[in-house]
Design a protein. Structure first.
Lengths: 148, 85, 148, 85
């Protein structure tokens, strides 16, 4: 398991290869979040961030068969099209890999202490939290582990 | 008791401060109590920590609700809803 | 959009980078299927394979916002831990990227004409289709596009 | 009418053949009819295409059910349920 909160960019191919080196793995689901058209600065809460991500990953492991997992989240100044976040989950089962990966992303969005400040032509502004992200995270409350 | 208080993102900017060590009066023992206590400073504090403002809080780097207790030496953080990912 | 049925291996990092080069994209969900512990040979139906995958991708595009999509599936002799398949979906929305990617994988499993023949110590054997794969594909029948 | 018939995977192996051009009698006009017609060859054909055996079929490279019609020049394929991905 690898959790990294860093300023530097990351290499998706390398990370996916790294968690794929295990013959019991049949499936790797991954997600990359990218900056759209507006440059931004990402602030975070050092210490709590890693801890919050760790708890999300642990929660995912209680729900699905997760063989390995990598979460990388950047902070600092980011330009349009830059990579922000990578979540990669390796599992023996395709469905588990997908579910755990999407779960971790949804919870990251609502529970990991990151804040985006956009640099628009009109000046800078803090991005507002989306209720759609809360709803995405809430979905998982309704479908806890298999019949548990 | 003494606690460490942290401020992030728009809260930090409004207060012009990212952290402070604070000696709390005896009647302040929860996050909600601490927020009221800080708001009493007036000005930017009354505004940034206004009751109407939706803020998240953490104690010792775990998300915690307003009713969460604070102990001596705790690290308490105030910040807006998160927007990473 | 890129669909490739090939003997050669593929570079996941390169493929994900390639469909990420667009400022309107915020999300890339991807899946890599790997050979587990048994070497195998993958047979396919040239012509129909590309056509079947194309139809699955088109169906995904009618259901979700898909900006770009890459599907690569190998055939021929594969060793344990080799990559078999890559599905990568770029979208403006995280939920759409995840759903379209999983949908394409589930349909690939039941509708694209590939057959695995495993080489075990005891000899070779054709892999049997799994009813769990049929169930995974059937799920999508119940949740068609938003309220449509 | 003349059609092209393809066999894949375990069906191909059992029949020892991957493709053939075939002139069909007038009463064979569906996939199911073609399957019955081929089964009448007996031996490996009766076995590989047995009714009890779950097979998938395609006409002109699209999955098609047993009742699907066959036209002159069509490409018809018999194969086991797919196992890619």
């Amino acid at each position: 398991m690898k959790i990294s909160v860093q300023m530097d960019d990351f290499d998706v191919g390398f990370e996916i290869k790294s968690i794929s080196k295990n013959n019991s793995i049949g499936a790797v689901a991954s997600f990359v979040g990218l900056v759209r058209d507006v440059a931004m600065t990402l602030e975070h809460y050092p210490g709590m961030t890693e801890r919050a991500i760790g708890k999300i990953v642990e929660e995912a492991k209680t729900r699905w068969q997760v063989t390995d997992c990598t979460v990388i989240h950047r902070y600092g100044a980011l330009e349009p099209n830059d990579q922000i976040v990578l979540v990669a989950v390796a599992s023996g089962h395709r469905g588990d890999a997908f579910a755990a990966c999407e779960f971790i992303m949804d919870y990251l969005k609502t529970r990991a202490p990151f804040w985006k400040k956009e640099q628009t032509a009109a000046g800078t502004r803090w991005v507002e939290a989306k209720t759609s992200d809360d709803r995405a995270a809430d979905r998982w409350e309704e479908r806890k582990p298999d019949a548990a | 008791m003494k606690v460490r208080v942290l401020y992030f993102a728009s809260v930090r900017e409004k207060l012009g401060r990212d952290a402070e060590e604070l000696e709390l009066p005896a009647d302040v023992s929860t996050i909600a109590g601490l927020r009221t206590h800080l708001r009493a400073r007036g000005g930017a504090w009354a505004e940034a920590l206004a009751e109407s403002r939706l803020l998240r809080t953490a104690v010792n780097q775990d998300m915690a609700p307003p009713a969460a207790a604070i102990k001596p030496g705790d690290e308490v953080a105030f910040f807006p809803p998160v927007t990473g990912g």
